[in-house]
Design a protein around this ligand. Structure first.
Ligand code: BMA
Length: 336
């Protein structure tokens, strides 16, 4: 079996077996969505959200677009990973640099990474346009903001769960100030979570579902085969953007090196809750839990910019799928 490295067993990982007759490597939870759009009174929609194991239970940082259509982040907690209590108030963000950088404007698409016993939340932070906001928390009640990782415009800042070459490491997706019709994934390092450099290109757009732009999804999962990274890809259809997701394996020591990457998608928006909502045709993963003992993986994804959903896979099967459906092979066949 593929070995999941660096994380404790998670026997209470939310899980449902693959339905009978389903041949897909990633399958959806039968009771999706797990969080409806109106789970708290202020919410217009609740989606693209992050979760982590926390003191034997689960903690979350959820994206809520409120009824003023402001984009906010709220803390959440859960006993079982399926049923969530969401704080009706936005997260308490303490910003020691507020005098210099101004107040919080908006925040969306959070990710949450446990590293060296601390929880680091990254999100798309409004600062003269979108860039990567960073904060630390230990209790999921108060969050202390750090410097923005990058200059505007940037989105999809996703930390690695351990230092690489002695530095913190993050993937991100430089973008523009609008709905960005392009986007590749880059890697950066920082000695102190303040100064970011050593920027490396990781991967760009390619065929089909990932032809317009791509962006890192959940915190990568370390395995003895490489970093397992789920990522979203966007296709431009006659009817607008279509957000699907696939996965890749990145080199453990030099994560800007792609070992293999799925040519086909793993999940594309095909269920009504992914096709109908505030933004139709979106499946956008922001978190994944993994159990190192069983190889079970639970993926949290936003659907149609409206609700939160769950999907499942097994680490062996998904890595096998990535290797046997590698984009590099598809591109070779394409050239013939
Ligand atoms: C992206 C982000 C995501 C969103 C997606 C589809 O640019 O804003 O939050 O899910 O568009 O609208």
């Amino acid at each position: 079996m593929v070995k999941i490295i660096g994380i404790k067993p998670l026997p209470n990982i939310p899980w449902q077996e693959r339905p009978e007759g389903c041949g897909d490597v990633v399958w959806r939870y039968s009771n999706n969505p797990i969080v409806p759009r109106d789970a708290v009174p202020c919410a217009n929609s609740i989606f693209n959200s992050a979760v982590v194991p926390y003191h034997g239970k689960f903690a979350g940082v959820f994206r809520i677009d409120n009824k003023l259509r402001e984009m906010r982040i709220h803390s959440a907690s859960s006993e079982n990973g399926f049923d969530w209590n969401i704080d009706p108030e936005p997260f308490r963000l303490i910003n020691p640099m507020a005098e210099e950088v101004g107040p919080f404007i908006y925040g969306y698409d959070p990710r949450c990474c446990e590293i060296d016993g601390e929880y680091i939340v990254t999100w798309c932070n409004g600062y003269h346009g979108p860039t990567i906001g960073v904060a630390k928390t230990s209790d999921f009640k108060t969050y202390t903001q750090l410097e923005n990782a990058f200059l505007p415009f940037n989105r999809n800042g996703v930390m690695f769960p351990r230092k690489i070459g002695g530095n913190y490491a993050m993937l991100s997706r430089p973008s523009d100030n609008g709905h960005t019709p392009f986007g590749d994934v880059y890697y950066s390092e920082s000695p102190d979570l303040t100064y970011w450099g050593k920027h490396r290109f990781v991967m760009g757009t390619s065929l089909g579902w990932q032809s317009t732009k791509i962006g890192a999804g959940p915190i990568p999962i370390e395995t003895d085969e490489g970093w397992l990274l789920f990522y979203h890809g966007v296709l431009t259809s006659c009817n607008g953007y279509v957000y699907s997701f696939g996965a890749c394996l990145l080199d453990l020591d030099k994560p800007w090196k792609v070992i293999a990457r799925t040519a086909p998608y793993l999940i594309a928006p095909q269920k009504p809750y992914e096709q109908i909502g505030d933004v139709p045709n979106v499946a956008f993963p922001c978190a994944a839990l993994a159990d190192s003992q069983t190889g079970r993986v639970a993926i949290y994804y936003g659907a149609a910019d409206t609700v939160i959903c769950l999907a499942f896979c097994k680490v062996d099967e998904v890595i096998d799928f990535i290797k046997h459906n590698d984009l590099a092979d598809a591109l070779k066949a394409y050239e013939k």
